[in-house]
Write a protein that binds this ligand. Structure first.
Ligand code: ATP
Ligand code: MG
Length: 660
């Protein structure tokens, strides 16, 4: 692959604050390098040491990595454990029984706190209730729940009895839910009567009924319903039960089901940004290990931290950094039901101030929309809130444009808090490439360096390493404990997607493009491999042009795609959302010209978008990621025939269809 040219030179560097570095779990670059060196010297020994130190094993493992059926790798194979035991019982023994585990804030602001002792009791009761319904180890349970304590309890209870959960985000349609119930072969569904978002009550049980009525869910025997609002729901005799009845009279102790290290803890479908969602299957031990280590390394978690990850439990971020990681390391965490814009766009900042959050982890899409909101309304600008409790910020889900990073750094972190830009995927189970807050000098827009033990590299189409400064394909060269084990029910697709023949079935293919800085070796994600643009033989990542656009003071968000072009092979089409309302007519033409010139100056004439279309928003997955594959179709002027099951806002497609 030829070089991705003109990769924007980002020269701003932010060193870890001295105080932070002094007290950090990984303190200074030397400590980081030492861990990396340990992994390189003795890869299996490194992971075995960490697995022994971090997990409480019921039966210790004797083999670390089994590669005989590669790429179906097995880690700590003969060990036995229980993930829920590690998250809960261990805290009771370690003196955390009375510590707050969860601070739950409902959409309407009502706060409920739960100690580790209470959470343990709730999980045990529900686990006993599931067992009483005949649900057992190896069964699959689909969870279609609002953000709630009950959602976390449901996941932990499944883990406790060895049932494999598959959480489906509460914003998904009946069709998406039905497909996932069928694909997983679920025997039970845990849902709620309704969910509440932004002051509105939205159905869940009714959608679940619709999904089941579509047919094909024959394996499904029980539907357990958490009463969130008391809204009116239909009940099917013999199938549907209230959660409160399932737990009634159940003891608050439940002997955990000891499972093998490789036992599937969960199946989770990817976001569907690039195609039909894949049912990613994760293990128990390897996954747990990495969620714990990344809590300690990336988030530098300390006993007094108030940790807040704003993701939904329907995404992998909610699995690793709400349900499992924080509890396994004994953290106090915030769980939030609502949306960032209700009752106003200051909600996040208000919650940080009220709960004295110390670590805040959110997505670029939220940051970009809150920048836009703060620009439009002084009252919700973060400067009006006391954010002094914060000590660390994080970003996940998409590349964060340098200008959004700077806003986050200045306005939320007040230039005190490091930002960890964590690159990872549903498939990787936890962070892969990320700064360490007490060690890594930060560069806006770069996820910097791989965590110790993660052998990430940038290669060409034949799998050969590329020198720094040349953009290519992001791969991981060695298996790691928390990696995807297979695609549920489709091992062939697993092999083809992640360990393709072109790379000798040996390199894990992330599907993203990356470039490493010539001096620092830092990684920057350039966009999805499928999204690389080729204009007159110049290869460019989408991220770079989008970041240049977002750096313009008028622009809130931008997405760039290629469009076939007779003379240049491909031309650049940019979809832009302004901070102000959508321009039309002459004004649109005028601003488009301004932006074109701007990109020309920022990157070079070759990167100037040939066409710019303005929208009120961009097509996004329900997890907030831009779906460029749909924009590619629109740019070409074709009708969309692809899978749009995970698209959040279908109406926007019509608006963006027209060239302006
Ligand atoms: P699908 O696999 O179905 O297309 P998806 O890849 O969006 O969906 P996820 O697993 O939720 O599903 O997202 C992982 C992807 O998100 C990564 O491959 C990468 O493209 C992007 N991503 C996540 N975090 C970052 C980050 N910090 N910087 C850049 N990109 C990121
Ligand atoms: Mg993906």
């Amino acid at each position: 692959m030829s070089e991705i040219e003109s990769a924007k030179q980002e020269t701003r560097i932010f060193n870890p604050p001295a105080e932070f570095a002094k007290n950090a779990t990984i303190s200074g670059m030397q400590a980081y390098q030492a861990l990396r060196a340990e992994a390189e010297r003795d890869y299996e020994g490194f992971w075995a040491r960490l697995a022994r130190e971090n997990i409480e094993w019921h039966k210790p493992f004797t083999t670390t990595l089994n590669e005989t059926e590669a790429p179906f790798y097995k880690w700590f194979e003969d060990g036995q454990l229980n993930v829920s035991y590690n998250c809960l019982d261990r805290n009771l023994k370690n003196g955390n029984a009375a510590k707050t585990a969860i601070i739950f804030e409902a959409d309407d602001g009502k706060v409920t706190k739960l100690t580790y002792q209470e959470l343990h009791g709730r999980v045990c009761q529900f686990a006993n209730g599931l067992k009483a319904l005949g649900i057992k180890k190896g069964d699959r349970v689909v969870i279609y729940m609002p953000m709630s304590i009950e959602g976390v309890v449901a996941m932990q209870a499944c883990a406790r009895i060895g049932a494999t959960h598959s959480v489906v985000f509460g914003g998904f349609s009946a069709k998406s839910l039905q497909e996932r119930i069928i694909d997983a072969g679920a025997v039970a569904l845990i849902t709620a009567d309704e969910q509440v978002r932004g002051g509105k009550q939205l159905p869940l049980k009714a959608i679940a009924d619709e999904a089941i009525d579509m047919g094909g869910c024959e394996a499904l025997k029980s539907v357990i319903v958490y009463k969130r609002t008391g809204g009116n729901v239909k009940f099917v005799e013999g199938r549907d039960l209230w959660m409160e009845d399932v737990v009634a009279n159940q003891p608050d102790q439940c002997e955990p089901e000891w499972v093998d290290a490789e036992h599937p803890l969960f199946i989770l479908y990817t976001s569907g940004s690039t195609g039909k969602p894949k049912g990613v299957q994760h293990s128990s031990a390897g996954y747990l290990l990495w969620t714990m280590l990344t809590m300690k390394w990336t988030f530098d978690l300390k006993p007094n931290d108030i940790f807040w990850c704003t993701a939904d439990i329907g995404w992998v971020t909610g699995h690793s950094y709400i349900t499992y990681g924080p509890l396994a390391v004994g953290a106090t965490e915030i769980v939030f039901e609502g949306v960032p814009t209700y009752p106003n766009a200051g909600r996040f900042w208000d919650m940080i101030a009220r709960h004295k959050a110390t670590i805040f982890y959110t997505a670029p899409t939220a940051i970009r929309s809150l920048i836009k909101a703060a620009d439009a309304d002084e009252k919700v600008h973060p400067k009006n809130y006391d954010l002094s409790s914060l000590r660390l910020l994080g970003s996940v889900g998409e590349p964060i444009n340098p200008e959004a990073w700077m806003w986050y750094y200045r306005n939320i972190g007040r230039e005190r808090c490091p930002i960890v830009d964590t690159f990872w995927q549903t498939e990787t189970g936890g962070h892969m490439i990320t700064p360490l807050p007490g060690a890594t000098p930060l560069v806006p827009g770069s996820c910097t360096l791989p965590l110790p033990g993660i052998m990430a590299a940038v290669v060409d189409e034949t799998g050969q390493d590329l020198p720094n400064g040349q953009g290519g394909i992001l791969v991981v060269k060695r298996p790691w404990p928390s990696m995807i084990r297979t695609i549920w029910g489709d091992p062939e697709r697993f092999k083809k997607s992640y360990f393709p023949d072109e790379f000798g079935n040996k390199l894990y293919l992330a599907g993203d493009g990356a470039i490493r800085n010539e001096q620092t070796g830092y990684f920057t994600i350039t966009g999805r491999i499928d999204d690389v643009l080729n204009v007159s033989g110049h290869r460019m990542g989408t991220m770079e042009i989008e970041s240049a656009l977002v750096a313009n003071p008028l622009v809130a968000e931008a997405a760039v795609v290629g469009k076939p072009d007779e003379t240049t092979g491909e031309s650049i089409c940019a979809f832009v959302v302004l901070k102000r309302s959508r321009p039309t007519g002459d004004e649109a033409k005028q601003i488009a010209k301004e932006l074109r010139d701007w990109v020309g100056k920022e990157i070079g004439p070759i990167a100037k978008p040939k066409e710019i279309r303005f929208g009120d928003n961009l097509p996004k997955t329900r997890s907030g990621k831009i779906m460029r594959r749909l924009l590619r179709v629109l740019a070409k002027g074709e009708e969309i025939t692809q899978d749009v099951s995970t698209l959040e806002n279908p109406a926007i497609l019509d608006q963006l269809k027209q060239a302006q």
